[in-house]
Write a protein of this length. Sequence first.
Length: 234
Amino acid sequence: MANQHKLRVAVIGGGIGGLSFAVSLRKLCGSCVKIDIYETAHAFTEAGAGIGLWPRVWHTMEALGLADDLSAIATSSGFAGQGQQIELRKSDRTTHGGSALSVPSAVWTQLAGTRGFHRAVFLAVLNAHLPPNPSYTAHFHKRLVSYATSPSDPEATILTFADGSTAVCDLLVGCDGIRSAIRGTMYQSQPTSVDPIWSGSIAYRSLVPRKVLAKAYPEHPLLTKSLQVGLTSS
Ligand SMILES: Cc1cc2nc3c(=O)[nH]c(=O)nc-3n(C[C@H](O)[C@H](O)[C@H](O)COP(=O)(O)OP(=O)(O)OC[C@H]3O[C@@H](n4cnc5c(N)ncnc54)[C@H](O)[C@@H]3O)c2cc1C
């Protein structure tokens, strides 16, 4: 079938959500659709260090045919159940000898089999499984501003980007993260704002070289146990 007769699917955002969707669509219907991914960045990239895939998500990855490639780059596979431990601690007790919080057995069951990945490497595996050209095209430096129904074809949607360019699709999929322009456009007629609101909680991460930690806190639990998860101190 020629490209112009295929369903034109536009995916806004090439993060974990957008690329997972594109890989899933390929698995479901091969080259029966034309997929265009529009990403505001210069490439498919992920900020941040690690991400954990819980067992149920892993089953989805298996179904998508990604298990072998992902297993090859996993930084850990199955924290619990293999003699390893996760401890939950209040952040202010991590270095002060406080005891770990008790973890309900249901949570342990979920944690068993959780796999860890470097975010950028994980995204690279998804990228490698995207459909081949010409049924799929990535467009970088494309920040969606808004969308609207095409005036000439009520079944088509016109996409408008920050650089003034436009594109057309039959199906629009918003994977553009927490400040989604898709959501903003979809709910623009709502009386109340749909912009994200700060809840009052902050999550932050940082990396400390193991050697530096060992020098400052030789007995730190991170050096003797598998994984410590810090919770808020209040
Ligand atoms: C500290 C922290 C730890 C986490 N740990 C885990 C974990 O261990 N396991 C887990 O499963 N989840 C975890 N999460 C959640 C997980 O990271 C997110 O759910 C996931 O990254 C969301 O992916 P996404 O593709 O929907 O959005 P994003 O990752 O935000 O991707 C959105 C993409 O869209 C692009 N974009 C944005 N706006 C536009 C636009 N207007 N036009 C075009 N492109 C646009 C962005 O550049 C980006 O590439 C964690 C989150 C945080 C903050």
